[in-house]
Design a protein around this ligand. Structure first.
Ligand SMILES: *Cc1c(COP(=O)(O)O)cnc(C)c1O
Length: 392
């Protein structure tokens, strides 16, 4: 558990120095571990201590440093580090459900999360109910005494819907259902899920933890009982553990994440303010911006709305493409949360394959552009956006 403030934990949390006394965390690129004797091997397999390892799929000192550090930053007892955000989401859901269970989830989900729920879990006999996550009454109506698990994205990607998390957690816990929160968009810096009582908080660490476009990774944060119980058992037998190089990169990234995300989020609010009444835009969505439909919930839950905005350019796909192609600093890509500012047209890229009625239900129109704010000068970003809008 946490000993220091979050920023101190992000730098010193979980450190395990070897006999060489290295300053920076060591990267243990090893698959397996050796034992001084057959008796020692037997003992290790019988019961391994916190700093004793067997095989990298089960655990590794570099991975463990990252797990302890992100858990300390999040404020949970423990964490399991995964190969990607989707390995984390899949692991959390598969480890905690069985045939006959009922799961309630918000509908506005990252496409792969929806696949795990609707295709994978459903195939194994788990009943799924999808609700409008912003409608508190819909959660109450959907969560039943036989509901075993509730899943949601605290802020949805890419539509930036904000869920009243405390309400959902209260309703779920009254029915003894576990709550798993995909927290990618709100970032670990502004996370409130663990504090509000979520049972598991899941991250795509590919996003703000790495934040520099290099490594895929994921983390499941929660109580020791869940993490070293069903989560670790499922993950170690199914091969979802992060590799030590990615864990090492993430350790270094955690040292600067707090500063990066705060700077990016401050810029994101500046951009939202600068664009709010722009004549070429029909919508500017940023969670803690006064015009966001769930502004009151967003501002009560978090100190910031994160690093991403969603805007709608009047004139549909054609206008969006002209806007994207006229940008000089913003890069056209499908990632977000990077030091480099990025624009995405979800309707033709990340959500291209969704049937139109599903796009409509999720609010992903041809006019929508997801805008991820990086670490550049905010004034340069605003000028780039307004110049490109002038070209529309
Ligand atoms: C990116 C993302 C994921 C998947 O993460 P990967 O690291 O790409 O596997 C899951 N959920 C949300 C909300 C995301 O944004």
């Amino acid at each position: 558990m946490t000993k220091w403030g979050k920023r101190t934990e992000a730098i010193h949390g979980g450190i395990r120095r070897s006999q060489y006394g290295e300053l920076s965390e060591a990267m243990f690129m090893t698959q397996a571990f050796v034992y001084p004797s057959a008796e020692a091997a037997e003992a290790r397999f019988e019961q391994s201590g916190p700093d004793e390892f067997i095989y990298a799929r089960y655990g590794n000192p570099t991975n463990r440093m990252f797990e302890d550090r992100i858990a300390a930053y999040e404020g949970t007892e423990d964490a399991f580090a995964c190969t990607s955000g989707m390995a984390a989401v899949n692991g959390a859901l598969m480890a905690l459900t069985k045939a006959g269970d009922h799961v309630v989830s918000s509908r506005a989900l990252f496409g792969s999360c929806l696949y795990v729920l609707e295709e994978v879990l459903a195939r194994f006999g788990v009943e799924i109910t999808l609700v409008d996550g912003t409608d508190n009454a819909a959660w109450e109506a959907a969560i039943r005494p036989d509901t075993t698990l509730v899943f949601l994205e605290s802020i949805s990607n890419p539509t930036l819907e904000v869920i009243d998390l405390q309400h959902v957690i209260n309703v779920a816990h009254k029915n003894e259902a576990l709550v798993v929160v995909d927290n990618a968009m709100i970032t670990p810096v502004y996370s409130y899920a663990a504090r509000m009582g979520a049972d598991l908080v899941v991250y795509s660490t590919t996003k703000h933890v790495d934040g520099q476009g290099r490594m895929l990774g994921g983390a499941i944060c929660g109580s020791r009982e869940l993490i070293r119980g069903p989560i670790e058992t499922y993950m170690k037998h199914t091969g979802g553990a992060i590799n030590p190089f990615a864990a090492w990169t993430h350790l270094k990234s955690l040292e600067t994440m707090d500063l990066r995300v705060r700077a990016q989020s401050d810029s994101a609010l500046k951009v939202a303010n600068a664009l709010q009444d722009h004549e070429k835009l029909s919508k500017v969505m940023y969670p803690t911006h006064a015009k966001h439909p769930q502004y009151a919930v967003a501002i009560e839950q978090a100190a910031s709305g994160g690093t991403v905005l969603a805007i709608e350019v009047k004139g549909g796909k054609e206008a969006c493409f002209r806007f994207l192609n006229a940008l000089e600093i913003f890069i056209i890509s499908n990632n977000f949360a990077d030091a480099k500012s990025i624009v995405t047209h979800p309707a033709t890229t990340t959500h291209q394959r969704l049937p139109q009625e599903q796009k409509d239900a999720l609010g992903i129109s041809d006019s929508m552009v997801r805008v991820s704010i990086g670490l550049e000068e905010p004034e340069d970003l605003i000028a780039d956006l307004t110049n490109a809008l002038a070209a529309v």
